[in-house]
Design a binder for this molecule. Sequence first.
Ligand code: BES
Ligand code: MN
Ligand code: ZN
Length: 503
Amino acid sequence: MAKTSFALPARCTTPQLKLSKKAPKSTDVYLVPLLAGEDGPELPASELLDDAALRHVLSSLTAVGATGRACEVTRVAAPEDLGVAQVIAVGLGDPEELTDETLRQAAGTAARALTGVKTAATTLGVFGLAAAVEGIALGAYRYRGLRSDEEKKSAAPVATVVFVGDTKSGKAEFETARTSAEAVIFARDLVNTPSSHLYPESYAAILTAEAEEAGLEVEVLDEKALKKQGFGGILAVGQGSSRGPRLVRLTWNPGKAKKSVAFVGKGITFDTGGISLKPGAKMEDMISDMGGSAAVAATVIAAAKLKLPVKITATLPLAENMPSGTAQRPGDVITHYGGITSEIINTDAEGRLVLADAIARACEDKPDYLVETATLTGAQMVALGTRTSGVMGSDELRDRIAELGRTVGEPAWAMPLLEEQEEELKSPVADIRNSHNSRFGGMLFAGLYLSKFVPEGQEWAHVDIAGPSFNGGGVSGYTNKRATGVPVRTFLALLAEVAAEGR
Ligand code: BES
Ligand code: MN
Ligand code: ZN
């Protein structure tokens, strides 16, 4: 039988990025940084503006009240002989306090102001090429899904952005940043794809195609193979849906790797709650319940493109959590991969069930680090708000990932696993139960549940991204609405460090 082929029904639009010594002749807009100096706005001298142009543009900017405060966007007409129609200045704030994150946010804000522009040239990279590239690429991200109306030309995202800088010394940093931004964008596209189009079978096929193209090994277990190998958690969650579950394993194994990292990501392609049905309000956002797996898949694919000298596996349990005559029930007892049994108290606590199997499988390979991420609990947002991930696990790796997250602009905070909740995990009929029926400490209970599947002595971290992976609020900086791609950049930063450790 011919294999059905699957592809994402829609991709985003995002600009083409180039690094070049000079602005191309056909440039429409110059995008320049403006600093908030002590005595007013300062326009740094650059490749794009010679002394005369600099004075002219600065006086135009001052005349319309530009201050250089962070993320302020000001448009002025260009001096006649400059060769472009417009100069757009974006504020970077006080130069003494300039960080990569300020630059990313400013670049992202500026990218959104470039709508309708065909080609822009920018010197933002002078203050940090990687941050400028990421900010522009992520800020300009636009997902229109299956809308059939055509976007107005004036509202279309900028088509090409040329970073003006040294093409030799900047090349590696530029390419790495572009690969990182592409990974975030791929994760965003996966998460933004509706569950009508993204379900375990189609998702597994899409990941297979992308991963094979990047040179990864791919293994997909279908329902039959999952049964044969005893993946009771994934099967139990998937059994209510007519679209069966899968387990996807992606492996990047460069010969020379000294260290290994096993990633695990939650891949619930839609979470209705199952028989413990969720309320209707905002249920449509549960298309994003595979955000952990999307981030992990995008990370590993990027690591392969970057040829990082680290062995990496991604273990991705994919299932659709539906209520039906074949769905699992509260009170059921299931046997996970590896033999631990769980009593199901709440079928809406499904993420931990599929992750338990995947963690047990991933740890069989004895990785140096186990890193798992999931849109796991509403309690994450009660504890930390919608933008800050909760990180649990072994002390060192937990703190390291939380810190890395904060450095790359994906805020994260270390949270404890509580001894006192051990009692709440107990079940009269199974080794553990999947919910404690308490209003308190829900994120930590989920972390403690997962810890039971991590072997003694294994360095590990669990990152709860329930809020941070999907932005239900407005745009800001380089963060658009809906899928954010968190925590791809945190994971790539970790891998860059681990690669350096192994040398
Ligand atoms: N996918 C949800 C968690 C979630 C909620 C993510 C809102 C993003 C936004 C998860 O499967 C879930 O339903 N968790 C329950 C657990 C509870 C039943 C123990 C929750 O947090 O309410
Ligand atoms: Mn749920
Ligand atoms: Zn869920």
